[in-house]
Structure formats: C-alpha cells, structure tokens
Design a protein around this ligand. Structure first.
Ligand code: NAD
Ligand code: LMR
Length: 323
C-alpha cells in the first residue's frame, strides 16, 4: 500500500444501498486495486448503532485495501478532508409516490451536508447524490456549498443509463459492451429521456422498431424504479450501488473517449438553465466530465429534453424555498 488512502464518505450507511456500495468501494472498484481507502459512515443518531454493525462486518471481511473506518452522526466530522462523497442517506419512496414527492422529506438533508462539504471537504472532492429526488438534492447541496466548484456536485443517472443499455442489448440480442453512444437526458424521474438516436452496435447505427422505442423502451426505462418497487417490495439497492460505483470510477479514472450519462450542473448546454442538475451525454477526461456537445436535436428530442427542463425548474423553485 504505497499510495495515500482516498477519503470516502457514504451517508445513509446503515441503509440498503450502502450495504452493497461500501464493499464495492472498499474492494477497489472506484479508485483501483492499488489505492487504499478510508471509509466514513455517516448516519442519523438513531441509526448509528446499525451503521456500527455494518462497520463490524466490513472489518470482518478483511478487505486488503480498507485502511480505516469511522462511524459518525456529525456531518462536519464526516466530510472533513472528504475526496469522494456518496450522498445516499434519504428516505426512499413507497408504492404510488413520485420521486419529486420526496423533496419535502429529503431536501433539507442536503442543505446541512452541502454546508459541511463547503466547510471541510478536500479541494478535489467529488460528490455524487443518490438520495431522491437526486437531481434536485444535488442542486440543493451545490447551492449550500458556494466555495466548492459547481461541477463537483453530480446526481446519479448512471442507473438509468445502465437500465437503458441492458434493455437495448436484450432487444438486439447483443452484449451490452457492443453498444456505444447511448445517453439518458434530463431528470431521474418519469420524464427522463433515454435516447438511442446516436447509439451504435458494433460501430453501426442501431436500428429498432420506432413503436418499440417510443411506446415500450422509453417508458419502461423511465419507470423501471417503480417497477422494481412493485416487484421487489423495496426500491432498487444493489443496482443503484453498482451504478454509483460506475459513475464515481469513470469520473475519477475516465472513460477512454466512450460516452456515458452523468447528471451535472448545467452551464447552459443544450438550452438547459444554468445550475439545473441535468443528465447529459458525457465522456470522462482527466478527472472531469466533458459534455458531448454540438449534437443535432430533432423536434422530438427537443420536446423530450424541454419536458425535463420544465420539471427540474419546478423542483428547483420548491427547493429554493427550503433555504
Ligand atoms: P434506506 O432506507 O435503506 O437507507 C437510507 C438510510 O439513510 C437510512 O439508514 C437512514 O437512517 C439514512 N439517513 C436518513 N437521513 C440521513 C441523514 N440526514 N444523514 C445520514 N443518513 C441519513 O434507503 P436506500 O434504499 O438505501 O435508498 C436511499 C435513497 O436512495 C432513497 O432516497 C432512494 O430513493 C434513493 N435511490 C436513488 C437511486 C438513483 O438512481 N438516484 C436509486 C435507488 C435509490
Ligand atoms: C430507482 O430508480 O430505482 C430509484 O430512484 C428508486 C425509486 O424510487 O425509483
């Protein structure tokens, strides 16, 4: 272990997603097989004991890269020196609820945590918001941390991307690795737009039945979270953790020119209002995301993207009142 350990914070550490995520991070799946990690588990006071149980199990796993574990309910202590933060801790929705319904219950969490990140996180901090509504919670955390560059606040839309990739590869009967240039625009909500316009399979344009694309694929990807809740009885957890690892790994290590999807604060790309945390096609370059620019949009694509801008502006207006 010659490298300095990476300081990683996971909030909601006693919850379902963290129970999968913590092991993946500690196994080197984000920072690579040579970089040790210090894990800080942040929980609310009532769940600290359960998080201590998770920490005991992490210790019992004798993971070679796991250097140190801290369990706390103090956000300022947790984020002091943080280099990667997974903001998972938040209430999941139940059957019949929308993710935007969770803004009232969860939004305020991200003010306090954004402030704590502003106070003490490392200069190279990267924050990935997972707790729902993820895009607007990332907007809130960013707003609460004026001294941290806005591009350090992302929201998880890699799960939507992975769902789209998997469904498309099954439809085409190919491995998901054969498909490139897929993206999911917008909000991690029912309005999201999984877009195959530019997608290729083995380097050739993807050709699918238009009715399958508009009437089955797009709504099924967009509503997959609710489908999982219906079938599993609980919201997605291992797939969300896996997508969180994919997102943070590609942010840190890059994508070698390949497209993926990340939700990040807009700087005005594609007519998205500055500051809204929006899912874009991106590549990972030198530890930062580059939005794929100058794509031509059809009227249909434009309308689907605009629906997401409207939804996120409405959520941001509610979020602004929480401050
Ligand atoms: P969970 O209920 O199993 O765990 C959540 C944990 O967060 C609990 O242990 C709770 O005590 C903790 N928590 C609550 N407030 C906290 C705070 N202020 N600080 C620290 N911890 C806090 O839920 P889960 O299944 O792990 O899901 C967590 C969140 O992730 C939910 O909001 C869910 O909707 C969301 N989610 C998002 C995606 C995505 O793609 N963006 C995917 C799946 C789930
Ligand atoms: C998901 O997409 O699985 C999560 O956002 C959980 C949910 O509420 O759908």
């Amino acid at each position: 272990m010659s490298q300095t350990p990476a300081n990683v914070v996971v909030t909601g550490a006693a919850g379902n997603i963290a129970y999968s995520l913590l092991w993946r991070v500690a196994a080197g799946d984000v920072f690579g097989p040579d970089r040790p990690v210090n894990l800080t588990l942040l929980e609310i006071p009532e769940a600290v004991r359960a998080a201590e149980g998770t920490a005991m199990e992490l210790n019992d796993s004798a993971l070679p890269l796991l250097n140190k574990i801290t369990v706390t309910d103090d956000a300022n202590k947790a984020f002091d020196g943080a280099q990667a933060a997974f903001l998972v801790g938040a209430k999941p929705r139940g059957k019949g609820e929308s993710r935007a319904d969770m803004l009232a219950a969860n939004g305020k969490i991200f003010i306090g945590q954004g402030q704590a990140i502003n106070n003490g996180a490392a200069d190279d901090v990267r924050v990935l918001v997972v707790g729902n509504p993820a895009n607007t919670n990332a907007y809130i955390a960013n707003k609460a941390a004026p001294d941290v560059p806005a591009d350090r606040f992302n929201a998880l839309m890699r799960l939507d991307h992975n769902r789209a990739l998997s469904m498309l590869s099954q439809q085409l009967g190919v491995s998901s690795t054969a498909i490139e240039r897929l993206t999911v625009w917008g909000n991690h909500s029912d309005t999201q737009f999984p877009d195959i316009t530019y997608a290729t399979v083995d380097g050739n344009p993807v050709e699918v039945d238009r009715t399958w694309y508009t009437d089955e694929f797009i709504p099924r990807v967009a509503k997959r979270g609710a489908e999982i809740i219906e079938v599993r009885g609980k919201s997605s957890a291992a797939s969300a953790a896996s997508a969180s690892v994919d997102h943070m790994r590609d942010w840190v290590q890059g994508t070698a020119g390949k497209w993926t999807t990340a939700a990040l604060p807009s700087t005005g790309q594609y007519g998205v209002d500055e500051g809204l945390v929006f899912g874009f096609p991106v590549t990972g370059e030198n530890g930062a995301w580059e939005v794929v620019d100058k794509l031509e949009l059809s009227d249909d694509q434009r309308a689907r993207i605009d629906a997401n801008i409207t939804a996120l502006k409405d959520e941001a207006a509610i979020a602004d009142k929480l401050f």
